[in-house]
Write a protein that binds this ligand. Structure first.
Ligand code: FPP
Length: 232
């Protein structure tokens, strides 16, 4: 992995937990449990390799319409990783930032997320981990437009970006989606205008460090022209 052009910002659409669980004759909640374990393993590997920002799609605005039982299981995973096992996230040595509308979440979960952001705000030498929770790109864009209107301002690209959850961050260089679907599903639609996309047929819990490295090598071979012509 040395001497390759690494992306500074990688985002993951962690799809396939449910199908992976089904394949192993286990309930969907088990798939999510293994999914979080894999998320921590892969984020840690990405930071170790030198990626500076990792953004994960943990729960979409649309996911909030899933059966309450499944959502309760996911909220319990949040409780576990931000309270009982919080060391696992803190060991990453990164600042945790949450992107999304936290208002519909159970109050204790919301509190734990805000606490995690506060506790990791300083002394995070290894980078930044964005957790997208009840995140939807359309909701994010509409909220930004409404803020601009409320301020009575016209916006340009820079000022508009400062109204998004990702204010102050560089756009993702690479989005990796597992689970075999080839779409963005309302993820980072504004920020992904020139992002390289990588799709894997592996289900999220089985996407390995080696698979991540393959994706990074593939990225390093892309010719990113940003609409320009090749120089030289
Ligand atoms: C996609 O798989 C996964 C989700 C909708 C939820 C992912 C959530 C986590 C891994 C929890 C994150 C936890 C922390 C602590 C940040 P799917 O259920 O859509 O899979 P399927 O397409 O196979 O049904």
């Amino acid at each position: 992995m040395r001497n390759i052009r690494l992306p500074a910002h990688v985002a993951f659409i962690m799809d396939g937990n449910g199908r992976w669980a089904k394949k192993h004759f286990r309930p969907r909640g088990y798939g999510h449990k293994m999914g979080v374990q894999n998320m921590i393993k892969l984020c840690s590997h990405a930071f170790k390799l030198g990626v500076k920002i990792v953004t994960v799609y943990a729960l979409s605005t649309e996911n909030l319409s899933r059966p309450q039982e499944e959502l309760d299981g996911i909220y319990d995973l949040f409780r576990s990783y931000f309270q009982k096992q919080k060391g696992k996230i803190q060991e990453l040595g990164v600042r945790v930032n949450v992107m999304g509308d936290l208002t519909p979440l159970p109050e204790d979960v919301r509190g734990l997320l805000l606490e995690t952001m506060r506790d990791t705000a300083v002394n995070a030498p290894n980078g930044l981990l964005n957790l997208c929770i009840n995140y939807g790109a359309r909701q994010e864009i509409i909220q930004a437009v409404n803020h601009a209107v409320a301020f009575g301002r016209f916006v340009d690209e820079n000022s508009f970006k400062s109204l998004l959850y990702s204010a102050g961050m560089p756009d993702p260089d690479l989005i990796i989606r597992t689970g075999g679907e080839v779409r963005l599903s309302n993820f980072l639609l504004y920020q992904a205008a020139y992002t390289e996309l990588y799709f894997s047929n592996k289900m999220w819990p089985e996407f390995s460090r080696r698979d991540l490295e393959k994706a990074l090598v593939n990225y390093s071979q892309r010719d990113r022209r940003f609409g320009n012509v090749k120089k030289g």
